[in-house]
Structure formats: C-alpha cells, structure tokens
Design a binder for this molecule. Structure first.
Ligand code: SAM
Ligand code: SF4
Length: 326
C-alpha cells in the first residue's frame, strides 16, 4: 500500500484544505484589521482542481480530510464540493471547521453529503465579547450549532481560543453549555501565525493552568477521542463531556505530526509554523499528469520540517491564518 512517510518517519495521512481564505468574521487573532490581501479569484483553485488534488492525495494513502478556511460555508459551491469529495474511494474521514454563522442553512446538506464531524469556533457565550472578538453576532452561531445537533452531525467539537482578560473567566460556563448540548469542548492556545496572531500573543494563556484548575474543580479522568490529533483529552467522571487541550506553545506535539495543509491558491504548506511549501497551481495549469503530481508530493513531503518554532522565532510566519486554516 502506498504511504507518504516524511524524513522523520512520520506517516502523513491528513490533509487540511483551506477552501477559501475569505471569511464573514474578523477574529482579531486571525485576520489583521483592515486586511485587503485576500487571494485573487484567478489565483484560486477551481472546484475541479481541488477535487483532483484531494483524489490524488487519497491515492497516496491520505485518508483524512478537513475543509477549513477562512470560512468554508461562505463558498456558494460548498455543498457540491463536499458531495464530490465524500464519494472519493480513499476518503475515510471528511470533516469541517466552521464559524457556524451559516451552519443553520447547511447542516442537513453536510450530514447527507457525508461530513462526519464538525469543529465550531466559539470563544465566548457573551454577545458583547463575541462582537469584540469577531466583529460579528453570536446568535446565528448558536442557531447553527442547534441545527447541526438536530441534523445529527456528531461529534460537534467547540474550539475555544482561551485569552487573558477576555474569556478565561468563561471556562465554567462553556463547560456547562457543552455538557447540556453533548458537545466536546477544546481549548486552544493563541499561536503567532500572521501579524494578527503575533499581535494576539499578549492574550496568551498556558493551558497547563486551566487543566490543573479543572482537575481541582471536577472529578476528571483521561479520555480518548476519535480523530483526536494533537489534543489531549480529559473526561468528567460519570458524564459524557470530553475536554480537549491543544497546546502548540506550552507543549508542542510536532513529533506526532501527521498533516499538511493546502491553501485555496493551491499551495501545500508542510508545517503551520514554517514557510516550506509546494506550489501546485502552476503545476496543475501546466498540465502535469497525476503521476507527475504524485512524484512532486512525495518529494515535498521529504522536506516537511521537524517542528514549528513558535517559541524561538515567533515572527517567522507572515501569512494570515485563514490561508492555511489552522
Ligand atoms: N472559520 C473557521 C473557524 O473559525 O473555525 C475555520 C478556519 S479558523 C482559521 C480555524 C481555527 O483556527 C479556529 O478554531 C480559530 O479559532 C483558530 N485560530 C485562528 N487564528 C488563531 C491563532 N492566532 N491562534 C490560535 N488559533 C487560531
Ligand atoms: Fe474567520 Fe475562522 Fe479566522 Fe475567525 S478564526 S476570522 S471565523 S477564519
């Protein structure tokens, strides 16, 4: 069986696809204020190019795919895209990261098309704090979440970027909310990706302290989770709530990294925290065959860096987070 193994012996089996770098939100840690440098339409991959590349990756042993962005649900053809990807024989797991603002209209379609799991960004349950973080409104997101639950999307994971003087006091409320609705809760540390991420570093909270605090407040046990990736999980004893911790800064997990990222202009980024890349768009448009593209991917995977340098070199990644999708 064909496998992609990098020069550090890591098996690459997961591709995150930023299907657009555009978004209807402006989370201050993701897209810089007044940002105008979005990818131009001629430079974006077409639906056919995305689906072709995903098929080629699946034929190289990559079986997990996550559609992200930017906001995937702002694409008008997202339902078509999901349907075309879900039926590819090598795609075992198709998931999506979304801000959920348009999830109420799409939840049923996503479920029917075969999106197995969704991650929803939700940093706060307070409308005013939500507005401060995203420049947008909370209620459509809550409506989207309820629609997703009703449509039977499962598991629904809530991603909460924990930030000093902003939402760190809402951890208890978020635990109750997720417990009530059967959602999984995941805490994330702010990362210095792009100028917005670098500016948000002064909001950084180490999740170590949150973990210890939760262990004191609740009876917890270690837990396992499908598609857990780098998150470490705790579970409330006797309850169904699982809580994940994604700690790229305080405890990096690069030695187990199994993923690469494709941007909507067709650039493959080999590490979220480094610049190494392969530009597919010219290769696709020069008419390379599937076999030639596979050879280019295999060669690029050998260049996957050992680790990010968020701590030692925090200004290294200038690209906006929505280009690579987190
Ligand atoms: N728009 C979708 C959403 O918000 O879920 C998908 C794309 S978003 C870039 C993916 C994830 O990246 C979100 O959970 C978001 O909170 C996270 N993110 C964005 N910028 C970040 C940063 N500087 N540090 C940590 N996480 C970040
Ligand atoms: Fe948009 Fe997601 Fe970035 Fe927020 S984190 S601006 S919702 S892409």
């Amino acid at each position: 069986m064909i496998q992609l193994i990098d020069s550090f012996g890591r098996k690459i089996e997961y591709l995150r696809v930023s299907v657009t770098d555009r978004c209807d939100f402006r989370c201050f840690y993701c897209i810089p204020k007044g940002f105008k440098g979005f990818i131009e339409s001629d430079n974006r991959l077409t639906l056919e190019e995305f689906v072709r590349l995903i098929r080629i990756f699946s034929e190289l042993g990559v079986s997990k795919f996550r559609l992200t962005g930017g906001e995937p649900l702002v694409r008008k053809d997202i339902a078509d895209m999901v349907q075309q990807i879900a039926v590819l024989p090598g795609v075992d797991d198709l998931s999506m990261s979304t801000n959920a603002s348009h999830l109420a209209e799409h939840a049923e379609v996503l479920k029917k098309a075969g999106v197995s799991r969704i991650n929803v960004s939700l940093d706060t349950l307070k409308p005013d704090v939500f507005r401060e973080i995203t420049q947008s409104e909370l209620q459509p997101v809550l409506d989207g979440l309820m629609a997703a639950k009703k449509a039977g999307l499962h598991p629904i994971k809530i991603n909460m970027v924990v930030m000093k003087d902003l939402n760190v006091d809402e951890i208890g409320n978020m635990v109750d909310f997720c417990l009530e609705h059967g959602f999984t809760l995941r805490f994330i540390e702010t990362m210095p990706v792009g100028t917005a991420g670098q500016d948000a570093v002064d909001r950084y909270v180490s999740l170590d302290a949150i973990w210890k605090d939760l262990e004191q407040r609740f009876e917890m046990e270690p837990a396992r989770m499908t598609g857990a990736g780098p998150a470490k999980y705790l579970k409330l004893v006797g309850k169904r709530l699982k809580i994940g911790f994604i700690t790229p800064i305080s405890q990096h997990f690069c030695e187990d990294c199994n993923r690469v990222r494709l941007s909507s202009e067709g650039t493959l980024y080999l590490c979220l925290g480094q610049q190494d890349k392969l530009e597919f768009r010219p290769l696709l448009r020069q008419g390379l065959t599937d076999e030639e593209l596979k050879a280019a991917i295999s060669e690029a995977i050998q260049r996957k860096p050992e680790k990010h340098e968020f701590n030692d070199n925090p200004d290294q990644v200038g690209r906006v987070m929505s280009v690579t999708g987190g």
